[in-house]
Design a protein. Structure first.
Length: 399
């Protein structure tokens, strides 16, 4: 009997000692229920494993209709009645990852203005329709953060228009001269840049930027509207294309690739004042290789002495076969440039009256030496608009 008691006490002591050793050997807690032990170990392992970084999409889609209207009848100060309707779309689709950001922007606009240019009853109140806005601006940028607010970015931007653009000579000119349309011209810019980015503004600097200009219309080239697409004779690369004698040219080029430097700065601030949003952007591009004689200066700046036909005017253009300096004086698109850097500045102000109604102002100013200009403006291009906007917007995630 004593032997049996001793055996039972030894067995109990051995069991207790084994359990104590298991509890103190390592960090794992041993339970009598093996299934519960497995679940606890799995939970511990899952909580200890590092989570993979995740990205998030934020999107904004904002279609809008802008209206402007003026009406004059027997008004002593005079004026022309006008109704302008412009449709716009702004979309921003951004994927934010802890290591990089992929940002995509679509900025579109198209509008018409109906005008009573001659203030007459004939032809209806608004007998003349002319385009008031036309814009396709698509941007995609992939950026990486390097050090603090500095980073690197690869950007692609495409600019062109939807419909035909016409130059009008006066009130009686109903049709106008065709000077542009879809992809004539179009500009594709790709840049590998350094970027300094803060919450509301950023600056990008690139010394390795490619800019391709497209003019997908041979008639524009023949008429001298090459928009910077250089035309050279294949048999004589140093001889520019003569738009007055297109038969001498064999292969019209519809695209020109430029390698240059590029600077872009932009500022976007919501509620810079209560209910007032501000957006400003400026872009500068310099072509390293383009000849400096591919210009569009005004004819009045062309210096030619009629009393001395042999005198050389102020230009870098070389005469072609059977060509005189007097002939060259008629070709303002071949004259010497002054400021070689292309500039594109844009400013937008939007004041929210109600949830879906706002008053807005837009200004776009360009300096482009590849554009001949219409009238006295020369290389300068100016677009300004103000009106009331009715807009909807969809955002994700919802704010």
């Amino acid at each position: 009997m004593n032997t049996m008691k001793r055996f039972m006490l030894f067995a109990v002591a051995s069991l207790v000692a084994g359990t104590t050793m298991a509890n103190t050997d390592g960090d794992t807690v041993v339970c009598n229920d093996n299934s519960e032990n497995i679940v606890m170990e799995a939970a511990t392992a899952d909580s200890a494993a590092p989570e993979k970084p995740k990205g998030q999409w934020t999107t904004l889609s904002k279609p809008a209709v802008k209206l402007s209207e003026f009406f004059f009848e027997n008004w002593s100060k005079s004026g022309n009645s006008l109704i302008d309707i412009t449709s716009t779309f702004f979309g921003n689709y951004k994927y934010t990852h802890p290591k990089y950001v992929w940002d995509n922007i679509a900025d579109l606009a198209y509008g018409y203005a109906w005008q009573d240019l001659d203030n007459s009853k004939e032809g209806g109140l608004f007998e003349t329709r002319r385009k008031s806005n036309d814009k396709i601006d698509l941007t995609s940028a992939l950026s990486w953060k390097a050090y603090k607010d500095w980073g690197a970015a690869f950007t692609a931007n495409l600019k062109t228009q939807f419909g035909e653009g016409r130059e009008y000579t006066g009130i009686e000119d109903k049709e106008g001269k065709l000077v542009s349309h879809f992809f004539a011209p179009a500009y594709l810019t790709t840049a590998l840049s350094f970027e300094y980015k803060k919450t509301d503004w950023s600056v990008s600097i690139s010394f390795l930027t490619g800019k391709t200009t497209f003019v997908c219309n041979d008639n524009f080239i023949i008429d001298g509207l090459n928009y910077g697409v250089i035309q050279n004779d294949p048999d004589d690369p140093d001889k520019p294309f003569d738009p007055e004698n297109p038969d001498t040219y064999k292969n019209i080029k519809n695209a020109y690739f430029a390698l240059g430097s590029y600077i872009k700065a932009q500022y976007l601030k919501k509620d810079i004042l209560p209910n007032l949003d501000l957006y400003a952007r400026i872009e500068l591009f310099y072509d390293y290789a383009k000849p400096k004689n591919m210009a569009w200066d005004n004819i009045k700046d062309f210096t030619y002495d009629e009393s001395n036909p042999e005198a050389k005017p102020r230009t870098k253009y070389s005469l072609g076969t059977d060509e005189t300096w007097e002939d060259l004086g008629k070709k303002n698109w071949l004259q010497e440039r002054t400021f070689e850097t292309d500039l594109d500045f844009e400013l937008k102000l939007d004041y929210r009256l109600y949830k879906f109604i706002s008053v807005n102002f837009a200004l776009n100013l360009k300096w482009d030496t590849d554009f001949s200009g219409m009238g006295k403006w020369g290389h300068w291009q100016l677009y300004q608009m103000a009106g009331i906007q009715f807009a909807l917007d969809w955002k994700t995630p919802k704010q």
